[in-house]
Design a protein around this ligand. Structure first.
Ligand code: C5P
Length: 222
């Protein structure tokens, strides 16, 4: 058994995008690669934690030493996270699709010759971070979310912290020119109720290691 700083702690981590089916061949998705979430899972496992990684459809390799649960949709991700609880820490790094198609089509949607595109009606997905962060019974000691934004980074992160009942938000700018989405580096700002900590540009592995150190310290102080 690993005697690292997170030894004896259980952590559930979400990673990657979700895919929300429209019909048997089409889906709604986003550009998340899963690199940051997977790096956190790997760093936490190396630190001795008992890690469950709930991940959406990704093409990167599974990290070693963690239990991987593969899902496709936001609703499946929520169910898998609930099944992994109770845990000491929840880190929601997945880029969950905010909306899914309201009704899915059993057959591939065809052009009907009218020249009019079909209307796609969307409905909101459950918010996994908010569900876990705002839960009463069995809430993890530490609930951490991400805020990937293209504008008003800190303002949005602060409001997420409150609204989703999180203890920390890892905020990052995902504007296309930053290359964060799908890239190997990340520049994050750690937002807690006590303030904002600016981290330098680091590899996603380094961000993961630093976050693991913050978690270990915070659990020790709790
Ligand atoms: O609201 P927004 O999607 O920007 O919030 C991002 C944070 O919330 C991330 O931690 C993400 O994993 C989490 N989230 C979630 N379920 C959703 C939407 C977001 O867990 N349906």
């Amino acid at each position: 058994r690993n005697a690292g700083p997170l030894s004896g702690r259980s952590i559930v981590i979400t990673s990657g995008p979700t895919h929300e089916p429209i019909d048997p061949v089409r889906y709604i998705a986003n550009r998340s690669s899963g690199k940051q979430g997977h790096a956190i899972a790997e760093a936490a496992a190396k630190a001795g934690a008992d890690v469950t990684l709930v991940c959406g459809p990704v093409t990167i390799p599974e990290p070693g030493g963690v239990k991987v649960v593969r899902v496709e949709t936001a609703r499946e991700m929520l169910d898998a996270v609930k099944a992994a609880l109770p845990a000491d820490v929840a880190i929601m790094a997945a880029a969950v699709a905010d909306w899914r198609a309201e009704g899915t089509f059993g057959q591939k949607i065809k052009k009907d010759g009218s020249g009019k595109p079909p209307a796609l009606k969307l409905t909101e997905n459950p918010d996994i971070l908010a569900t876990v962060g705002n839960s009463d019974a069995g809430r993890p000691k530490l609930v951490i979310g991400f805020a990937a934004e293209t504008q008003n980074l800190i303002e949005n992160a602060r409001s997420k912290l409150a609204r989703k009942g999180a203890d920390m938000i890892v905020a990052n700018d995902v504007s296309p020119e930053t290359g964060v989405m799908g890239g190997d580096a990340n520049t994050v700002r750690l937002v807690t109720k006590d303030g904002v900590e600016d981290w330098p540009t680091l590899s996603k592995q380094e961000v993961a290691e630093r976050l693991v150190a913050v978690i270990a310290k915070s659990l020790k102080e709790a």
